[in-house]
Write a protein that binds this ligand. Sequence first.
Ligand code: ATP
Ligand code: MG
Length: 257
Amino acid sequence: MNGSADIPRVAEKSHEDQPVALEVRGLVAGYGSVPVVRSLDLSAAKGTVLGILGPNGAGKTTTMMTLAGLLPPLGGEILLDGKPLPRNRPARTNAAGVVLVPDDRALFTTMTVRENLTIARRPTGPTIPEVLDLFPALSPRLNVAAGALSGGEQQMLAVARGLVQNPRVLLIDEMSMGLAPVIVEGMLPVVRRIADETGAVVILVEQHVHLALEVADRAIVLVHGDVVLSGAASALAADPAALQAAYLGTAASAVHA
Ligand SMILES: Nc1ncnc2c1ncn2[C@@H]1O[C@H](COP(=O)(O)OP(=O)(O)OP(=O)(O)O)[C@@H](O)[C@H]1O
Ligand SMILES: [Mg+2]
């Protein structure tokens, strides 16, 4: 089914006084001419954390790559502050403020933490000390090669590197990949702070569903490229049976806030 009509067009309560920053209308994403994600609609006000959940192969990464301009959309529109983002122009999309933290982290492994941050930083972005305030564990590691960091530290650096680019939209794909839940538990509140303190829209693809729902405002569940469930994160978290059914592909409707 196509659950796009179930995505509320208004922002979550705490952000409803904020203008819509990111709007996705009828996005079709895929490879070549083969659609993987069909008709996705999203709307997020400044400072919103939106979770994209769903099983393996659902189209989460495909969506993120398309939002980041790394894959040409097969249909639909992506608007930032009401203006269409350039299609299939990753550098220009990035310059417009859409920053992807990819699932493989893509750090410069032979460069130090400081070099990774310095090379990525925009003059308008937070300073390195400001970023270290969010990720204090990186402070003693500034002169260590990124490749020598632990998995958790590498992921902190990947998010920190996204942050110094002063994102308007921060796309974080599977932050928890390969990390113990306790590390994820520590990092997700930082993601919440990034949205709250910078006003960036954060889109979080996450396998740790319940941890993600704790920090997200809203979430959608993608299954085989369709939105099968959507709603306020609190409402989704309160209905584990609906979530489970969605993952099993049997959900038929949205959970409404
Ligand atoms: N480069 C590609 N060319 C063709 N098909 C692809 C390509 N990358 C992914 N796909 C297909 O697109 C579908 C969605 O993949 P995607 O990586 O977006 O899923 P995902 O939700 O991110 O899954 P996971 O949780 O495993 O990361 C899958 O059927 C996959 O085989
Ligand atoms: Mg993926």
